[in-house]
Design a protein around this ligand. Structure first.
Ligand SMILES: *[C@@H]1O[C@H](CO)[C@@H](O)[C@H](O)[C@H]1NC(C)=O
Length: 363
């Protein structure tokens, strides 16, 4: 107060003072600045499988869980939330980069408060897939059921925020869709259960189920949708173990199916976006990003890309990756955390790449 009262005596023009204040504000730490500015989107809303499930499976009866150590060993508070990694996963990193929030919670999380719903949740369920049979086998939440959860979520939003605000959250939010890997892995693990026998037809079928899901999502109000293509599934540690021989090569048939599906998906997303000008559906390439990490780990500071950090790194995932397992001494050297899922550091590299390459298409 004293300095303000004394100002006139020094005859400092008000404009100079406000300029100085603005200058000083700019010197504040980046984090403070970011939280005071508007986030790029109101919410991040997520559908898919274990890559983007922050713990919905904790609340359902399924073997596909990751809510026990060593999962989460590098998460804040070393908490095993159900995320299938040693730390945060891609929706968390995306929401953080957009200035929305630091973690995207599971829709089923019983501790959710209104603010969590306003800024987005994940409906994803580990072990699920686009093919309904995949989710049935693993007792996971099928993609179409995730849309029912989304409908319920929209009702809750309306109650919290009112009709108008809820509608703007639904239309302006970023939607992340990441599914299909389990369909491919399951297809080769248990081919007898699949009515479709050749991979060209199966990739077409998968793309069609993905397309049906996405059209329904747009009908429900989504406008900015990033759809992740399949990774080189044959090069995941688990698939090398199952089909890569003693040299642990990449399983070519899995990669073939993934590539076929990706080509079809890319075309379909362009077609849907051209047909329906309400929404933008963009293809997010995961295949080449992850393959480069796998083939040139040293370029990114990794030492090991053929095995996961948990246990022997060749098979362990979910219940098999548990507190009795030996965990690698330096997880930063590993591209994969368990036999299916990247480490937090690898996820961060992938998300940074996606943000730099694709995000402007949706904002
Ligand atoms: C772990 O590995 C990373 C990457 O190679 C390295 O930078 C770091 O110094 C290592 N940490 C320890 C404790 O050895």
């Amino acid at each position: 107060m004293a300095s303000i009262i004394s100002l006139p005596r020094y005859n400092i023009p008000l404009k100079t003072i406000s300029t100085l204040i603005i200058f000083l504000l700019q010197l504040l730490p980046d984090r403070a600045h970011r939280s005071s500015s508007r986030p790029a989107v109101p919410a991040v809303i997520v559908f898919g499988d274990s890559v983007v499930d922050p713990g919905n499976n904790n609340y359902i009866d399924t073997p596909a869980k990751g809510n026990f150590p060593p999962y989460g060993q590098d998460f804040p508070g070393h908490e095993a939330t159900g995320r299938f990694s040693n730390g945060r996963i891609t929706p968390d990193m995306m929401a953080s980069a957009l200035g929305v929030k630091e973690l995207v919670p599971a829709y089923f999380d019983t501790r959710l408060v209104d603010q969590d719903l306003l800024t987005g949740v994940s409906f994803a369920s580990a072990a699920s897939g686009f093919d309904p049979l995949t989710s049935t086998i693993a007792l996971a939440i099928p993609m179409m059921k995730q849309l029912d959860m989304f409908k319920e979520y929209k009702e809750k939003l309306r109650k919290i925020a009112g009709k108008k605000k809820a509608a703007s959250i639904i239309s302006e939010s970023l939607y992340m869709v990441c599914s299909g890997s389990n369909d491919v892995a399951e297809y080769f693990l248990d081919p007898l259960r699949r009515p479709i026998k050749d991979i060209a037809t199966y990739s077409e079928f998968l793309m069609q189920t993905a397309s049906n899901f996405l059209q329904e999502l747009v009908n429900l109000g989504a406008r900015r949708v990033g759809v992740t293509g399949l990774p080189p599934i044959g090069c995941l540690p688990s698939q090398r173990t199952l089909a890569g021989g003693v040299l642990r090569r990449c399983a070519a048939n899995r990669n073939d199916l993934a590539k076929k599906y990706n080509e079809k998906l890319k075309r379909e997303l362009n077609r849907l976006t051209a047909k329906d000008s309400r929404a933008k559906l963009i293809y997010v390439d995961m295949y080449s990003v992850l393959l480069d990490l796998i083939q040139k780990p040293q370029k990114y500071g990794f030492r090991v890309s053929k095995r996961g950090c948990c246990g022997t790194g060749t098979l362990e995932v979910a219940k098999l990756c548990n507190r009795l397992c030996h965990v690698c001494s330096n997880v930063s050297k590993y591209l994969f955390w368990d036999s299916y899922h990247p480490t937090e550091r690898a996820y961060k590299i992938i998300v940074d790449k996606i943000i730099q390459r694709d995000l402007h298409l949706l904002l």
